[in-house]
Ligand binder design. Structure first.
Ligand code: SF4
Ligand code: SF4
Length: 371
């Protein structure tokens, strides 16, 4: 038997936000800030980017108003939920000097329980990729685990694809299939709501929504299928790890290395990238030390330091490292691709380097040089 879907008039999204807040969640959702859609804490539907749409291309992102009264017609912007689950900067531990030695303590993570409102299918896939990295290997990241275990996810099915989206070819979207508590599909009349977990069901029961009629459910499904058909960008993934690892000396790496600025933008906006560095920072007044972790990037020359020297001292080799890790050796490490097809790295690359075009160029003229 197919589980029923529920219909919420658009303004009732406020009741959903209120219900989450009553359950002590801090609600985070898309908002407009500095001409981009980013994620921020909200308590009212007025802050959602109602009536805004994004135009994207390689190295291009612009917001523009639309005449359609849509609340989620944009796709992904520079932020991802990573910034809440794997914070850009945090304290791992502290060391305080005592008269007879040192007192070491792990730092407590005092983050609230987050409710993510508006997570897209590719973003659910990215969270599942980071789950593998931080929770499912031999070492568990306590900060990620603490935040992830309490997060409530209200997903939104995409009913429009952006110019940089290629989630269809990565099999991660545009419809959400798992990893959410609730999933909304926006229609002209309201949101069709799908329940994905017991706590999602409890929350919807408290809102006393009517069951969605069949024609609304069909309209919601068709709008997701339309979004899938809009995608022209794609990445051919067949035998991709082997293609990359047997083309490590391909001339294309020099070509892309000549264009790449090593600015790190692609890794900062990528929802799955997790490079980080750790510094011990001493308070000169007290002598106390904080061990701080911050996002870092494999595009930094010093990130590959071994015995005090970088082993990837050319941009060419750093781009190659990023791409081959994401699309090839990530499979060996985590049994999944490191790319979910969100297109952020394409939009936010200042010189418009397109990961799908780089893979296509290697595919077009492989030179097959052994690793
Ligand atoms: S590599 Fe680019 S397209 Fe793939 S997940 Fe990262 S940002 Fe998105
Ligand atoms: S590929 Fe683009 S975004 Fe990434 S480091 Fe190079 S110039 Fe920056």
């Amino acid at each position: 038997m197919v589980a029923p879907l529920w219909l919420a008039p658009k303004e009732r999204l406020q009741d959903l936000i209120d219900a989450l807040r009553q359950r002590q969640y801090t609600v985070v959702a898309p908002v407009v800030d500095q001409a981009a859609i980013v994620y921020d804490e909200i308590d009212h539907i007025d802050r959602l980017p109602r009536g805004w749409i994004d135009s994207q291309a390689a190295g291009h992102y612009r917001l523009q108003p639309t005449s359609r009264d849509r609340w989620f017609d944009f796709v992904v912007g520079p932020d991802s939920w990573k910034k809440y689950l794997f914070p850009a900067r945090c304290v791992l531990s502290t060391a305080k000097p005592l008269p007879d030695g040192w007192q070491f303590e792990s730092a407590a993570d005092d983050s609230p329980a987050y409710a993510f409102l508006g997570a897209r299918a590719c973003e659910l896939a990215a969270i599942q990729v980071q789950d593998r990295v931080f929770l499912e290997g031999p070492w568990i990241d306590q900060i990620y685990q603490h935040r992830r275990s309490r997060a409530f996810i209200v997903a939104v099915n995409c009913t429009r694809s952006g110019e940089n989206c290629f989630c269809v070819s990565m099999r991660t979207g545009p419809a959400c299939h798992s990893g959410y508590d609730l999933a909304l599909t926006e229609t002209d009349e309201g949101f069709v709501v799908d329940i994905g977990s017991e706590r999602g069901g409890d929350l919807i029961a408290s809102l006393r929504l009517p069951e969605a009629p069949l024609e609304k459910c069909t309209a919601a499904r068709l709008s997701q299928e339309r979004a899938a058909m809009q995608q022209s960008k794609q990445m051919a993934t067949g035998d991709l790890p082997n293609l990359l690892m047997t083309n490590l000396e391909h001339p294309r790496w020099k070509d892309v290395g000549d264009r790449c600025l090593s600015c790190t933008n692609c890794t900062m906006v990528c929802p799955t990238c997790f490079c980080c560095s750790v510094d011990d920072v001493t308070d000169l007044n007290t002598g106390a030390v904080e061990r701080q972790r911050q996002w870092d990037s494999c595009f930094h020359e010093e990130f590959s330091n071994l015995n005090g020297r970088p082993v990837r001292n050319e941009t060419r080799s750093r781009y190659r490292q990023w791409l081959t890790h994401k699309l090839a050796t990530w499979h060996d490490q985590f049994d999944t691709s490191g790319c979910v097809g969100c297109g952020r790295c394409i939009a936010w690359c200042p010189v418009g380097i397109d990961i799908t075009a780089e893979v296509a160029a290697l595919r077009e003229a492989p030179v097959r040089c052994p690793a």
